[in-house]
Structures are given as C-alpha cells and as structure tokens.
Design a protein. Structure first.
Length: 531
C-alpha cells in the first residue's frame, strides 16, 4: 500500500526499529468504486482540503495552532509507546493507569483537557479527553479500550510489549486490538490541532478500561459519569479493511453498524468420583469429550440478514477473484436452506478471509474453557466446558441455538445450560438476549457514517466501501441502549494471518497500513472542521 498524498510526519524519534517499513505492492489502476451511493457526494461540501478551510486565512490558522511534538503526531511512535505498557486483563481488570498517564501527557502537550477517571479497582482507570468545538452539533465520541487480553509469552517471536518492527510489521499485544486504532485516531486528531483546526462539535476521546472483562468498563462509566461521555454518535472498533489476494492492496473498506449477540453455554458431564486406580465406565471427562467432539463437527445453520446481504454484495463487487465473486452470488441467490449451506462452503473455501466470512453467516460456538479434576489420583465427579457463542442479529435466536445444541447432545448424557448472570433465570436471560438480537442496526444516514464513507473513497479510491456486521463485540452497549448510533472501524488494511493474530500470538499490523489508516482517520475528522 502507498500512503495517501496527505503529508506525513518525520521518522519517529523513539521506539524499536522505527525506520523499518512494509514491503509495498504496486498499486493497481485506480477504479473509483463506491457502494450504496455513499461516496464523494454524500461526503459533503465540508470535506475539503486544509488549504481552503471555511472562514480562516492561513495566517489566522497559524495563530490558532499549537506546537505538538512530531512524535505525538506519528502513529507508529505513539503506538509503540502504547504497546510498551502491560495492560493485560485476565478477567478482573487491568493496570491501565501508567498508560493513561502517558496519554494524558500527550493531550496536555496539545492543549486538550484530559481527565483520569478512577474506578473502585486501584490503577484500573479510564481517560477522557475533550476537544472543545463550536457547539453546532452533539459531540462525537471516540471509544477505544486500553486493556488487552493476556499473552502466552512462550508462543511469541517478539516481546509483546516492545512494539518491535520487523519486515514492515509492528508487533505487540494490542497492535491490532485496539491500540493501533487508538494511535491512528489520536495522531490524526493531533495533526488537525497542529494546523489550528476547530471542529463543529466537541470531540470526546474515551480510552476506557475493562473492555476485555471486568466490572468497571463502559457500563460502569455510563452509570457513574454519563455527563462526561454523552454524545450524538460514537466510533469504536469494528469494521475490517480487507485486501485483495496480495494481502496489501485495499479491496473492501467496512464500517460496522451492528455487533453479533454474545452469550455462553456450559456443557457439564457427571460421573462417579473414585480412586484413579479403578477407572469407571461413566468417567465425566470421557463423557464430556465425546459431547465436545460432536459439537466440534457441527455448525449452526446459515442465515442471511439485510445487513449481511449488503456486506456480501459489496464483497462480490470488490474482489478481483471472479470465482469467489461467483460463489458469493450463488449464496445470495440460494432459494433453500440446503442450497445456502452448499454455497456457504464454496464461499468460505474461496475466501482469503475464510474464518471471518464463516463467522458472519451463522451463530458460532468456540471452546474456550474446560474444567475438570483437582488431583491426579482422583477421578472427578464432574467436568465442564464453556462455549462462547455469537449469534447473528436477525438470524438464529440464541434460544433457538440453545435448543438445537440440547437436541444434538441429548444422547450424550450431559447438561447444556446457558450462562446467565447470577440471580437471573434462564428464561429471563433468554428474553434479554431476544431484545439484543432484535435491536435494529445503527442508522447509516448520519454525518459520521457519511464521513466514514467519504474518507474511504478519498483514501482508498480503488476499494469498495460498505456497512457491515461485526463478528465480535464492543463496548457500545450504553450508547446503543439510548438510541445513539455507533459504528466501528479498525483503520488499517489487514491480511488474514494478521486477523488471526487478534487475541492470538504475534499480534501485528503493517506499518504502512497504520500510516494510511491515520490518513483515513484524518479525512474522517476533516468532515467536522469549521476552521
């Protein structure tokens, strides 16, 4: 990928091997393509270059500008600093204060008000920065978490907290999810502020904790400090920027408008507890293993919704692989469940992102935790496995999936239960999930969504842009519950191998993709400039 024509900051002055760059594939002939008619016209008259900003001359912009260090405006340098902080969250929150203090200092240098919000858990904090605007519209909130999932250090080829750059990729826990996105967005905003920009609304940048698990995440913040995070629209993690088969040429740029529905199932087997010298035929671990093997060979049925149909139409229009595009068209035109299942297998087999595209078409179940036994000379009386499940809104309801799993495992002598919150009955919890499942996707006729679309056409003119479903989850619930539209982007083009590294080993992104993604975010924010 080549960066867009927008100017870029000097080489970082700190961080690991910051002069390395990604191998750049030759750019194909530009094909100006957009999807759903949300291109340059929708981007609007305010999406203009900084040389023609409304109401300010060059001299007045210079007078209004602040001097922001180049390293703060460099997304790679800023990302490397973010990655250097160990903010692992094993389920009970992380230690995010040092990271927040570093980032607060960045905002302080830019003259932006920033506040650390304490939670009841020591050193597990939120950071809220607010760029004051003209007040012509409700605030725009950028939501980016600072905590990351744990690492299995022995499986990494790089120090996960070093920000090492190797062969054009920057490595680190959170490089993709989502310190990379935070670095791109913040660096882009700082570039605007360096130019003396003024926005038509306040821009709130919330760097939150406990997104990956814990008691004091965005829900706690909304309950205790809603006045600080109340906004008219929200942008967070989500949509993927996919590449053609060369893994670098942009193909499909998406902004997610809906998350899959998150829930867990527990599969439990019981047996006789006794001395390990006398194995029993009803061993709980054996019974559980047989049930899990059945589930491992099974997939929930394919469901297409309005949101996913829109996505796959755009995918077919964007790919250069004619056989892949034809497989998608077969899927979209299938008239029966049997035909959809066959077409889905063809789509997945021909996709360069097979696991993503399989996940967008059905309720998924992943085996994440197994518990059994406590001593090597005791056969345990029970064994349990947890399945993390994600349902397609408007597709198969969680209660229907639960019923299907129970039917599948009826002969295995196991109990299948949904992991409801403490004090909540199964039926009440299923009713709650029904409501989430039935909630409409975010409206795409908003100024923020048009900004995301217009920036895609400007920054990635050879790619297609489309709204999408996020196969995972975000912290958007408090805003969506109030009807506030929320969208998601990870603003860098990724290979499938990098996508698999999300929550995995050797998490990394392309350096050049990060830089171009920062240009993309700069163009998104340009939509809201009034000076």
């Amino acid at each position: 990928m080549s960066p867009s024509p927008a100017s870029f900051d000097p080489t970082p002055t700190s961080g690991a091997d910051s002069t390395a760059t990604a191998t750049v594939a030759p750019k194909p002939a530009i094909r100006r393509r957009t999807f759903l008619g949300v291109g340059a016209a929708a981007f609007g008259a305010t999406a203009i270059g900084t040389g023609a900003l409304t109401g300010l001359t060059s001299s007045s912009r210079a007078d209004a500008a602040v001097t922001i260090p180049a390293e703060d405006r460099d997304p790679l340098n800023l990302l490397q600093r973010m990655l250097s902080f160990d903010t692992q969250n094993s389920g009970q929150g992380g230690k995010t204060r040092p990271h927040a203090e570093m980032l607060k200092a960045v905002w302080d240098r830019a003259g932006v008000d920033a506040e650390i919000i304490e939670t009841p858990q020591p050193d597990n904090v939120h950071l809220i920065a607010r760029i004051a605007g003209a007040g012509n519209a409700e605030p725009l909130l950028l939501l980016g978490h600072s905590d990351v999932v744990p690492v299995e250090l022995e499986n990494w080829s790089a120090d996960p907290f070093s920000g090492e750059v190797r062969d054009g990729e920057v490595y680190g826990r959170g490089a993709l999810d989502m310190k990379g996105a935070n670095a791109a967005s913040i660096s882009a905003l700082l570039r605007h502020l360096q130019e003396g920009a003024r926005f038509d609304r306040d821009i709130i940048v919330l760097t939150d904790c406990d997104e990956e698990a814990g008691s004091f995440g965005s829900r706690w913040l909304a309950e205790n400090h809603w006045d600080k995070i109340n906004a008219g629209s929200v942008l967070t993690e989500g949509g993927w920027f996919l590449a053609q088969g060369d893994a670098t040429t942009p193909m499909l740029i998406t902004a997610t408008r809906q998350d899959k529905v998150y829930f867990n199932l527990d599969i439990t087997a019981n047996g006789t507890a006794t001395h390990s010298s006398k194995p029993m035929p009803d061993a709980a671990m054996v019974t559980l293993s047989r049930a899990l093997a059945d589930l491992g060979d099974w997939e929930a049925p394919v469901h297409l919704t309005d949101v996913t149909r829109e996505y796959f139409k755009a995918l077919a229009a964007s790919t250069d692989d004619r056989r892949f595009a034809q497989a998608i068209r077969i899927l979209l035109s299938a008239r029966s469940a049997k035909m959809r299942e066959r077409a889905e297998k063809l789509v997945v087999s021909r996709s360069d992102y097979p696991y993503l595209h399989r996940a967008l078409l059905r309720t998924t179940h992943a085996f994440v935790i197994q518990e059994a036994g406590y001593k090597e000379n005791v056969i345990p009386s029970s064994a349990t496995a947890r399945l993390n499940c994600r349902a397609v809104p408007g597709g198969q309801k969680p209660r229907e999936f639960l019923k299907q799993v129970r039917s599948l495992l009826a002969r295995r002598d196991v109990e299948v239960s949904i992991a409801a919150p403490e004090g909540t009955s199964e039926e009440d919890y299923l009713n709650e999930l029904d409501q989430t499942w039935g909630a409409p996707p975010a409206d795409i006729d908003t100024d923020l969504f048009h900004a995301l679309s217009g920036a895609a056409e400007s920054t990635y003119p050879e790619a297609v842009f489309a709204p999408a479903l996020f196969e995972a989850g975000t912290s958007l619930a408090p805003w969506r519950a109030k009807g506030i539209p929320g969208y998601g982007v990870y603003p860098y083009v990724l290979s499938n191998e990098q996508l698999i590294g999300m929550h995995g080993d050797d998490e990394r992104i392309f350096v050049e993709a990060l830089k171009t993604g920062t240009d993309y975010m700069y163009t998104v924010f340009e939509r809201f400039r009034v000076g």
